[in-house]
Design a binder for this molecule. Sequence first.
Ligand SMILES: [Zn+2]
Length: 65
Amino acid sequence: MFSISKIFTLIIILLAITFIFKILSKKRKPSKVKDPKNLDVSKCPSCGVWTSEKICTNNNCPFDN
Ligand SMILES: [Zn+2]
């Protein structure tokens, strides 16, 4: 017997799993994979985070204004 609440719960769980996998896959992939040509990395003088971008990509960077 199908229950709407059970199906709804199942959909929520599947969405949650998909969401978690998306976050994990984003964290695993370094920024170099997106742009293989850009291998030049620089260290931010303020927060010490290595980034391939000209601007520091650290959200908690004190230098970011
Ligand atoms: Zn920084």
